[in-house]
Design a protein around this ligand. Structure first.
Ligand code: GDP
Ligand code: MN
Length: 398
């Protein structure tokens, strides 16, 4: 789960990381008021969307008066901000953050990520802040410094000092840098984050180290133990299909194709998507309905997949190991009786009680297309989707 910049800054500051003074606003009037309330003569107005690259897309503006803030934010609220990270549809701006502008002397990139290879939290930093990390690794790879954290002992002071020296932090400010790094790390660990990114972390001309931008992503599987983090969820920033799935406890990722997938098991779901592509189709989603594919879950899955208007065919691929094919077949039949769909549905069942399952499908009288192997299922669903005539014939043939 992602959170907004202002929320990440509030969290990081609780862990001792310096952040500029700022205030949140839900309207242009409020933005102007919050700047007056804060005082000063220069502010940075920042659109709060769950995406980076806002600066280049017009989502970060420096303003010199409250009147200017009002004008600038009138052009932001209710608009979609399209950055290189949002995709062409963009993300809606419903909150802006007004910050006291700070005099920047240097920009540093700082990221905390989970490194799968070393199975450790890894710190990635670069003296070339302001650019995205992808750009830094392309243009100035030699500027990137790394450190891995030994989980048993946590991030050590000497590691922080070493990073500070490598980044060219002057000696008088090293302790401040140590506090910043340790604060980010503690926030990462204690709150079960999967990513903390501060880009840029700035050194001001008056020798303060401040997180000028902040991004945090949390491990959805650990959210149950952090209700205060769950509360920060902003559905306006999520793909509506994925929000609905999360609310129903289904693991779903929306994609751009038109063949809906209902599968049990993440590995099988990935293999199903690959096979659909191999057969010449494009999957509309990744969906893992989990091991216990009860009729209720199958029903929910059908409703979820069909709520995507791009879906023109559905492939149900269930391998029953612990589960039973007859039970899944009952679920499919019940789901389609309750909510008939107007697109072809291919069902492939394998595993325990497969014969009974097939029998239930065959006797249901529903226009289902059956398949035995995964390849056959993918080919059938692609064929059914390709041609309206074939689709109708197939629908009746079963
Ligand atoms: P992003 O584009 O979504 O990553 O948004 P950032 O919060 O990183 O802002 C983009 C850029 O705006 C930063 O890299 C800074 O150069 C600039 N910026 C942000 N806040 C300030 C500020 O307080 N003062 C000044 N001078 N520049 C700022
Ligand atoms: Mn940034």
């Amino acid at each position: 789960m992602d959170i907004h910049e202002y929320q990440a800054k509030e969290i990081l500051s609780r862990f001792g990381v310096g952040v500029p003074q700022g205030a949140l606003a839900y309207s242009p009037e409020q933005a102007a008021y919050r700047a007056r309330e804060m005082g000063g003569d220069r502010w940075v107005v920042k659109a709060q969307v769950h995406a980076g690259g806002r600066g280049k897309a017009g989502g970060v503006k420096v303003c010199d008066s409250d009147v200017e803030i009002q004008e600038v934010t009138e052009g932001m609220f209710g608009q979609k901000l399209v950055t290189h990270q949002t995709g062409p549809e963009g993300k809606g701006i419903y909150r802006v953050y007004v910050e006291a502008a700070v005099p920047i002397a240097r920009e540093i990139y700082l990221g905390f990520v989970l490194d799968r290879a070393s199975q450790r939290v890894m710190i990635v930093a670069s003296g070339e802040g302001g650019m995205e990390i992808e750009e830094i690794s392309e243009k100035r790879p030699e500027s990137i410094v790394r450190a891995t954290v030994e989980p048993a002992v946590g991030l050590q002071e000497f590691q922080c000092r070493e990073l500070a020296f490598k980044l060219g932090i002057k000696p008088a400010m090293v302790q401040q840098m140590v506090r910043t790094l340790r604060g980010c790390y503690r926030a990462f660990r204690e709150l079960d984050a999967t990513m903390v990114e501060v880009n840029p972390l700035v050194i001001t001309s008056d020798d303060r180290i401040l997180a000028l931008d902040a991004k945090m992503t949390f491990d959805n599987n650990a959210l149950f133990r952090h209700p205060q983090i769950s509360e920060l969820r902003d559905k306006s920033q999520e793909d509506p299909r994925e929000s609905r799935a999360a609310d129903r406890g289904l693991s779903y990722v929306g994609l751009d194709g038109n063949i809906g997938c209902i599968v049990n098991g993440a590995g099988l779901a990935m293999a199903t998507m690959d096979t659909i592509k191999l057969a010449g189709g494009e999957p509309a989603n990744f969906l893992d309905i989990g091991g216990g594919a009860t009729p209720e879950r199958v029903s929910k899955a059908f409703r979820l997949v069909m709520s995507d208007k791009n879906v023109q065919a559905i492939l149900v691929n269930i391998f029953a190991g612990i589960n039973r094919c007859d039970w899944v077949a009952e679920g499919v039949v019940r789901a389609l009786r309750e909510n008939p769909v107007d697109v072809p549905v291919v069902v492939r069942l394998a595993g325990t009680n497969v014969e009974e399952g097939q029998k239930i499908l065959a006797q249901s009288g529903l226009p289902l297309i059956r398949a035995t192997t995964l390849m056959e299922a993918a080919e059938r669903v692609v064929a059914a989707w390709r041609s309206d005539t074939t689709r109708n014939t197939n629908l009746r043939a079963v």
